[in-house]
Design a protein around this ligand. Structure first.
Ligand SMILES: [Zn+2]
Length: 348
């Protein structure tokens, strides 16, 4: 006699007899719920679609939208993820005030250089990938109503290397700021000089430094912000010439690589060598500013430089729309740099 057919049984994929026992629908749902609870990670398709982003420091997944709102700083461990020049401009500059400078300055291949690949092909490839002309964007804009000239290096483009275009665009931007009488901010991110342009890339260090000196002679402000990584010829020139030098937490900042220095000095270097925190402790950096506080900090610094003794101006920079009273001044007084950057955890 045939047993009554069980309707609540799912036959799993055909396999060798006895390998997997038939499972009741109830068990199947129970198992699925357990599996869902144990593995909160989103399906791969969501990751591929960019809905979720995994923090490379702590491994926690976050909605990309939430991360973007937090300027790509991990909501769990405050790791500063890499952002590109367009993001930086959006994060810092007041909406509708950005005016790009010298967008027509484009790289050429003056030496006809070729290593494994021709330099001109590398340029084309980097341009197609990044949508940029070269490794820096410059322009004039406002930060909380303060006009300034901003240069933003972009590590996507050949490792943010400094060739003739980076040098020329930054020099012109600084000269423009000098003529306008406004501050210059440069967000540095670079692997160093662009070797494919030989000494033409090294000359940019002197050219930019000269423009900065003429800017300084006019009593105007220059603040470099060192982001991860700032190395080579950029560190050896304009990254270290600021009136104030800011850095992002845990940014790698150095000239030569650790191995080269260890071999030259025949000495083991400390673990945190070439981090923003190490440089702060040793006097090379003035403050470490979390990305989420950078816009506010820059606007305060520019404002203090313009109006060093004006409480009303200080209050305006804090977003009080100029409605300064004695009370507003007390509440909104800009803090000395080190105090105003509490979240940055500088070394004590
Ligand atoms: Zn994290």
């Amino acid at each position: 006699m045939t047993p009554p057919r069980q309707t609540n049984v799912i036959e799993l994929a055909p396999c060798s007899p006895g390998a997997i026992a038939p499972m009741s629908l109830f068990d199947w749902f129970a198992n699925r719920q357990k599996a869902d609870a144990a593995a909160p990670e989103p399906p791969e398709r969501d990751i591929a679609d960019g809905l979720w982003t995994k923090c490379e420091a702590c491994g926690v997944m976050a909605y990309t939208k939430d991360l973007k709102t937090n300027q790509m700083v991990c909501l769990n461990c405050e790791h500063h993820m890499r952002v590109w020049s367009d993001d930086r401009i959006e994060q810092l500059i007041d909406a509708g005030t950005w005016q790009p400078l010298d967008t027509g300055v484009a790289p050429v291949d003056p030496l006809g250089f070729r290593d494994r690949k021709a330099y001109r092909d590398r340029i084309k490839e980097a341009q197609a990938k990044s949508g940029l002309v070269d490794a820096v964007q410059t322009g004039q804009g406002e930060i909380h109503g303060e006009s300034l000239v901003l240069g933003v290096m972009d590590f996507r483009f050949m490792g943010g290397s400094m060739g003739s275009v980076v040098g020329e665009k930054l020099t012109r931007a600084i000269e423009h700021a000098t003529a306008q009488g406004v501050a210059v901010i440069i967000l540095c991110a670079s692997g160093g000089a662009r070797m494919q342009e030989g000494m033409l890339s090294l000359m940019q260090m002197a050219k930019i430094s000269g423009a900065l000196e003429r800017h300084r002679e006019q009593g105007l402000l220059y603040i470099p912000v060192l982001t991860h990584p700032t190395t080579g010829g950029v560190t050896a020139s304009f990254a270290m010439l600021g009136d104030l030098i800011l850095a992002e937490p845990k940014a790698m900042i150095g000239f030569a690589g650790r191995r080269v220095i260890e071999q030259t000095l025949r000495e083991k270097l400390p673990d945190n060598f070439q981090t923003a925190e190490y440089l702060l402790a040793n006097g090379f950096v003035d403050a470490i500013v979390p990305r989420t506080q950078l816009k506010k900090t820059l606007s305060q610094l520019i404002n203090m430089h313009h109006h060093p003794f004006s409480p009303a101006a200080a209050s305006r920079s804090m977003g009080n729309n100029g409605a300064a009273s004695d009370g507003a001044w007390e509440g909104d007084r800009p803090q000395p740099v080190n105090e105003s950057l509490n979240g940055s955890a500088p070394l004590s």
